[in-house]
Design a protein around this ligand. Sequence first.
Ligand SMILES: *Cc1c(COP(=O)(O)O)cnc(C)c1O
Length: 395
Amino acid sequence: MFNNNTIQRFKDIETPFYYYDLNVLKNTLDACRDASSKYNFHVHYAMKANFNPKVVDMVQSYGFGADCVSGNEVKAAIEHGFDKGKVVFAGVGKSDKEINAALDADIFCFNVESVQELEIINELAAAKSKVAGVAIRINPNVDAHTHHFITTGLDENKFGINTWQLNEVAEALRSLKNIKFLGIHFHVGSQITDMEVYRNLCTRINEIGEWFEDRGFAIKVLNAGGGLGVDYYNPDTNIPDFKSYFEVFSKFLNVKPGQEVHFELGRALVAQSSSLIARVLYVKNGQKKNFLILDAGMTELMRPMLYQAYHSIQNLTQESSIKNQEISNSGEAIKYDVVGPICESTDCFRKDVDLPQSFRGDLIAIRTAGAYGEVMASNYNLRDKVESVYSETIG
Ligand SMILES: *Cc1c(COP(=O)(O)O)cnc(C)c1O
């Protein structure tokens, strides 16, 4: 991702910024398209992972659909040229205003998370004399074996409808006239790297699909959600294993003629395409701890503080030939706590990071920051909006 030329160019750019390597993004999207089209699977991009305009436009150019979790995302997806017939709207707390906006936009499908929501969508659709396409988001009670902060498919999570409520769902589907049942939807968590999880999910989808069909509900869409993980420890091996992922579904999911299989991938498509670039402001050497204080913090990248997420951290200046020749680098790694400038003790990217001896002004790259990075930036402490820089503009 970084050659000496790139790092040289970074020297003249004000930090912090997100650096997007659009080649990495393109290679990732190519790999996903190739692996999914082999089975005729439909991929939707989970927009919440990153809606940097250049990223969204590139994803859109591949003909993927859009998976949205707010009314504004629905609006943005359509503005960015996503086919409204490929826009789905998920989320456990859709407001009436958001539902109305999505009805007006004639999106493909609402992924519905409770019986009450089903009733409200029906009521709002009736008021517009429309029929809303719905998929029922079911909580399959599959353990995603991922960090407990990012599991979504267990009984104790707030998402989806639990299987013991399905009778009630079936009753509602029969009686509500302004909704059209399209299929069933699942999303069991994020950053999943164990393919066994998806195999278990297939089993549950098969069982639940049968439950609906036994009761006379034809299923058009089987939506397996997203959650495919990326390798945060090896940011340069940057293409996730789309082949194995889609293969699991092709092997273990019972797909009947006429049925479509849908996916909603966010992280896997965009995570490796970006790094957060910051500078060392100060080096604090303590008796117990050494701190590198960066000019970026939780206001630019919140994942480590929000869910104890790991990001690989590099000192680009010391690793490259652009370092100040007068500084003699002992070559031995030093352990630093890499922290931000924000007035919160949790504003720490990682503790005990092995780095070459580092100095004020060094450029630091926090890798694999393309998913749930820039989108979560805030202006807490009245921080400036974080900038983005693209590989194609700096050469
Ligand atoms: C966030 C989300 C996704 C995407 O998750 P990733 O881990 O980024 O792939 C897909 N579907 C739903 C319903 C989501 O909320």
